[in-house]
Design a protein around this ligand. Structure first.
Ligand code: NDP
Length: 295
């Protein structure tokens, strides 16, 4: 029978574990991790994400330092804020919610976050560390979504070593770090992207498929071999007609109904990878805090 990987439950377990750890740290050293959450403008989806991240952070005992800036904020003003947060002792993690308004260069802002406070794990230094570090380095700040996928894979009763893994998508925030993490687990990794030929065939040979594309229900049942594990990172809103009424619905990059019949384990959308991303952000903040106590 196909196992439905319950991201909500796994994320809750991770948050419970973090809460216990933060309570212990508070009792021991009288301090808790601090996360600065920076939002520029009022993109509706960003506001939803910021609210969810703030709520989850507070629930595990992380102090949230909130900075909601006007849409017209200049790149220079935002850089100045990041510099201030880089030097602020009660801030251990800095999260700048993307996307930023068009007049601000995102990469310049992300690169300006001190690597030790890089809650998203996007800074080039942390990206580099991920590619060279030892397998069991618990101090690394790793991009949250792919790390969440790895936690889900490791929770399955399978040995990852030597497995053929196909990651569809090569973005800096999901595809590439996902491939690095799977390589560290000694999987044989193929990264597919928009110029890849015969993706279906590559997927058919895979024991593990991670889809991070942004194309609704792209991965079909006949792409997947029997017994494969399928992790669906995609979040796509589509219009559907139910009883003559147009409604919107969230779907992943995997055709769930078709692929569920073939896979040994699969993540649903919603309720799969999504909740893990936020839990892993809290994990990174806690790691950054613990690292800061060592210095
Ligand atoms: P990007 O748009 O940055 O990257 C998409 C990748 O998919 C690119 O590498 C692109 O290739 C590749 N691609 C596009 N079309 C095809 C195709 N037809 N065949 C094969 N590859 C293709 O997206 P992200 O990585 O940021 O996000 C991917 C999905 O994951 C989105 O749905 C996003 O909403 C979701 N997401 C979910 C998160 C969560 O918490 N659950 C977090 C982050 C993202 P190329 O490089 O050649 O252009």
């Amino acid at each position: 029978m196909t196992k439905l990987i319950n991201g909500k439950e796994i994320a809750q377990n991770l948050r419970n574990q973090l809460k216990r750890e933060i309570d212990n740290l508070k009792n021991k050293i009288g301090k808790v991790p601090g996360l600065a959450v920076v939002q520029v403008g009022n993109v509706a989806a960003s506001s939803v994400y910021v609210k969810a991240k703030t709520k989850s952070a507070k629930e595990v005992g992380i102090e949230v330092i909130d900075h909601h800036l006007k849409e017209e904020t200049s790149e220079k003003e935002l850089l100045e804020l990041v510099m201030k947060l880089n030097n602020q002792n009660n801030v251990n993690g800095i999260l700048v919610q993307l996307p930023l308004p068009k007049h601000i260069n995102e990469q310049i802002i992300l690169d300006s976050i001190h690597p030790d406070k890089d809650a998203d794990g996007f800074h080039p230094l942390n990206v580099g560390k991920l590619s060279v570090a030892n397998n069991n380095d618990e101090n690394l700040l790793i991009p949250c979504t792919p790390y969440g996928c790895l936690v889900m894979l490791k929770g399955l009763d399978i040995n990852l070593q030597g497995k053929n893994a196909v990651v569809i998508g090569r973005s800096n925030i999901v595809g590439k770090p996902m491939a690095q993490l799977l390589l560290k687990e000694s999987c044989t990794v193929t990264i597919a992207h928009s110029k890849t030929k015969n993706i279906e065939k590559l997927c058919k040979d895979a024991d593990i498929v991670v889809a991070a594309v942004g194309r609704p229900e792209m991965v079909k049942g006949n792409w997947v071999k029997n017994g494969a594990v399928v992790i669906d990172v995609g979040i796509n809103r589509i219009e559907v007609n139910i009883d003559g009424e147009n409604k919107s619905k969230l779907v992943g990059d995997v055709d769930f109904i078709e692929v569920e019949k073939k896979a040994s384990a699969i993540t649903p959308v919603p309720g799969g990878v999504g909740p893990m991303t936020i839990a892993c952000l809290l994990r990174n903040t806690t790691i950054a805090f613990k690292n800061s106590q060592k210095n």
